[in-house]
Design a protein around this ligand. Structure first.
Ligand SMILES: Nc1nc2c(ncn2[C@@H]2O[C@H](COP(=O)(O)OP(=O)(O)OP(=O)(O)O)[C@@H](O)[C@H]2O)c(=O)[nH]1
Length: 301
């Protein structure tokens, strides 16, 4: 199992405070945004999902350091929402269905906005904007400022996350290969245009030893990619290949990430009423059991 190795100096400067990574999931309707999210959170596919906007929190362990991954499962993809999400996210998961061409076209139509996000990414080797942020659990001061929430007292000061979120383009529903209408090369080409990583997965059939296979590795790698700006030098101590695939080298689907380990407890659900709210979702977090996902399973479309 590959872990991100945070330098011991950084670990001591962080103490045992928890890092946090915010991942926004974007894509057209019915591409499997919720299915991928739930697959990552619980390792399960339940077939039918609500269409409410939600943020889920899940703890993963990266090299012994607890990292809280907040996943914003957004129901729609409009420019207005996108701006809002970009102000919140440390990383973006862009989803289309390989058997629904329209869903790919939807992402293409938002290409310029998404590319702007990618352009704000610092050049390889740069460690963020060189400034510092307030971070207890990973949300940078800049993110908080843009989200309208105030830094909390007693937080740990560490180097800022890069202002530009890493992007991962996901072609979902790989189990429906026989109905494929978007070729893999088209996905790769879009990833190249967006400076994104790229992977094709199936939320429905995602089996691997242990938890979920490609989905788990891909999201774990994306979370790790978002944490990389915390490292003092590029790729220092990273055991395995990080989620720097697609346009920038290897593909996540090539078994790159190795995966961060996931604790299957600690799934938290944040009430969906986030429209109109700018950040500050902590106040409405309520922990629930993963049983919240335990609805009827439908295997085929
Ligand atoms: N065969 C197959 N079906 C999938 C897969 N992922 C999701 N689905 C199905 O696709 C439908 C939509 O999945 P959702 O996860 O609700 O998609 P969504 O993008 O969150 O949809 P909205 O909330 O409406 O935006 C559901 O019927 C899922 O069961 C997959 O990998 N393979």
């Amino acid at each position: 199992m590959a872990y991100l190795r945070l330098p011991s100096t950084m670990l001591s400067s962080l103490g045992r405070s928890r890092l946090e990574v915010n991942i926004a999931v974007l894509g057209a309707d019915n591409v499997g945004k919720s299915a991928l999210t739930v697959r990552f959170l619980t390792g399960r596919f339940i077939g039918e999902y609500g269409d409410k906007e939600s943020i889920y929190s899940h703890s993963i362990i990266i090299d012994g350091q607890e990292v809280c991954v907040n996943i914003w499962d957004s129901p729609s993809l409009h420019d207005q929402d996108l701006e809002r999400l970009l102000g919140w996210a440390d990383a973006l998961l862009l989803v289309y269905s390989i058997c629904e061409r329209d869903t790919f076209a939807t992402l293409c139509s938002h290409r310029s906005l998404l590319r702007q996000a990618a352009r704000r990414r610092p050049p390889p080797g740069s460690r963020g904007d060189g400034g510092c942020c307030w971070r207890r659990g990973g949300r940078s001061r800049e993110h908080r400022r843009r989200a309208g929430s105030l830094p909390q007292p007693g937080v740990t000061q560490v180097p800022a996350l890069a202002p530009a979120p890493p992007l991962l383009l996901v072609g979902n529903k790989l189990d429906l290969e026989h109905r494929r209408t978007v070729a893999s090369w088209e996905g790769r080409a879009l990833a190249l245009a967006l400076d994104a990583s790229f992977v094709e997965v199936s939320a429905a059939d995602d089996y691997d030893a242990g938890v979920a296979g490609g989905v788990h590795r891909a999201l774990g790698a994306l979370a790790r990619d978002a944490l990389l700006p915390l490292l003092p030098s590029p790729c220092t101590g990273v055991d395995g290949v990080h989620a720097d695939g697609g346009a920038r080298g290897s593909s996540v689907s090539g078994g790159a990430a190795g995966g961060a380990s996931v604790t299957n407890d600690g799934v938290a659900f944040v009430h969906p009423a986030l429209h109109g709210r700018k950040g500050g979702f902590r106040g409405i977090v309520r922990s629930v059991s993963a049983v919240v996902f335990g609805r009827k399973r439908i295997h085929s479309l």
